[in-house]
Design a protein around this ligand. Structure first.
Ligand SMILES: Cc1ncc(COP(=O)(O)O)c(C=O)c1O
Length: 416
């Protein structure tokens, strides 16, 4: 187990109070708090080497080195084969819209894609709109309402030799379900389809190894794993080189630069490098690595994420059991103790007599941050029949949360 005091000391925001109480952050699925090393990285960048790309002078040279380091660190985090297989942008949504246009250029009428109802809309609408533009058929995998898992028989039925792309999530940002990503990727590949995985919600909770998964593309957002507001995409090198990027002419013609349109948020990339230093410390202090990784840092980062996963497994059971014991409360998603490795510690609930927003406001007054609504998992809230009545309350744990915080939330909810 991680030592909470030692972990929390790295996150300055966690010492915040509100109304005389320590503030509790269960809002991680909307964005996590950042480490001191992230803040230091940004401060260093902005005070010492704030410059645009490609200059001959010292601050620009140092700036370029930090940007390069961010790519290498992100490749280590995902265990990409090459650092040029990673590129950054404003956020996952913008990157996916841009990238869907590049992939769409290779598709024609008669081609098909598969997307899912379990996904955040950022991995749904870009593909649907692209398909509309290109005359491509869209197949949508539904969700099993009982446990909020993907309907795999839908997927098997829809997959055929016309399928050119399968876009799906690693984990649901609403109900926490972890999808069988390796199996879906293997099946997609068997018909020659490309795979685009939205790992935004999964990334703070466990290790990601794109080589082991065998996917073609994987998107995530560093601001969901203790770094600044950024989006990142991994893509296979040959695809990054062969696909046409919509770019300005003077920009570099090679990956990853051809995909990074305009000036990036260099200070955020510097912050990401700082966050990776924290994760390295965590991996060295608590982690155990297994598997083959591209570098020593990659091995340590995967050890860190294994340690986070084990730590969260304990908090997950405490929160789950507590929520299940609350009267007049419905918890969505996997609840079976034997299957908890198929969910991350993100819990969606509804309680009788109170709307999700009322519950979020009640907790907010008690210095506890949770989200309510659909959190852009619109297809899911519609399929579950809760969209018109305020969606669900989402309680999202991160590794910096504690058992005491879980108990505080459960106690407040039981008083409600
Ligand atoms: C699962 C998932 N996918 C995509 C997104 C969109 O990410 P971004 O805010 O980086 O565009 C989110 C954001 O909440 C998310 O949770």
């Amino acid at each position: 187990m991680l030592e909470p005091l030692q972990i929390r000391a790295h996150f300055p925001a966690l010492s915040r109070t509100f109304s005389g109480k320590p503030f509790v952050y269960f809002d991680g699925p909307g964005g996590t708090q950042v480490t001191q090393s992230c803040i230091d990285g940004m401060t260093h960048y902005l005070t010492q080497c704030n410059a645009n790309h490609g200059g001959a002078f010292v601050s620009a040279v140092e700036s370029d080195a930090i940007v390069e380091e961010a790519h290498t660190a992100m490749a280590d985090f995902l265990n990409a084969r090459l650092s040029s297989e990673v590129f950054f942008g404003q956020n996952m949504t913008s990157l996916t819209f841009a990238f869907s246009r590049a992939i769409g250029k290779t598709l024609n009428p008669g081609d098909e894609i598969i997307i899912t109802h379990l996904d955040h809309d950022a991995n749904f609408s870009p593909w649907r709109l692209m398909a509309e533009d290109r005359g491509v058929k869209v197949n949508v995998v539904t969700v099993n309402p009982a446990d909020c898992t993907l309907n795999m028989s839908d997927f098997t039925r829809m997959l055929n030799t016309n399928t050119k792309l399968v876009a799906f999530g690693y984990a649901s940002n609403a109900v926490g379900t972890i999808n069988p990503v390796k199996e879906i990727t293997r099946m997609a590949r068997s018909v020659g389809a490309l795979t685009y995985i939205d790992a935004v919600h999964y990334a703070p909770h466990g290790p990601i190894d794109v080589q082991d998964i065998g996917c073609d593309f994987l998107a995530c957002s560093p601001y969901k794993f203790f770094a600044p507001h950024l989006g990142a995409i991994y893509a296979r090198q040959d695809l990054l080189e062969s696909l046409t990027a919509y770019k300005v002419r003077p920009a570099d013609n090679h990956a990853p630069w051809k995909w990074e349109t305009g000036t990036q948020s260099h200070e955020s990339l510097a912050g990401l490098v700082g966050t990776m230093k924290y994760l390295e410390w965590l991996g060295e202090t608590y982690g155990q690595a297994s598997g083959h990784f591209r570098s020593d840092r990659s091995t340590i980062l995967h050890a860190a994420m294994n340690a986070i996963q084990s730590h969260e497994a304990v908090l997950k059971v405490r929160m789950l059991d507590g929520l299940m014991a609350l009267p007049r409360t419905r918890l969505y998603g996997i609840t079976d103790h034997g299957r908890l490795d198929q969910r991350v510690p993100t819990f969606a609930i509804r309680m009788e007599h109170h709307t999700p927003l009322q519950i979020a406001q009640y907790l907010a007054e008690r210095a506890i941050a949770v989200w309510s609504g659909n959190y852009y998992a619109l297809n899911l809230t519609e399929q579950l029949g809760v969209e018109d009545s305020g969606g669900m309350v989402r309680i999202g744990l991160a590794h910096y949360n504690t058992a005491e915080e879980v108990d505080r939330l459960l106690n407040d909810l039981s008083e409600l």
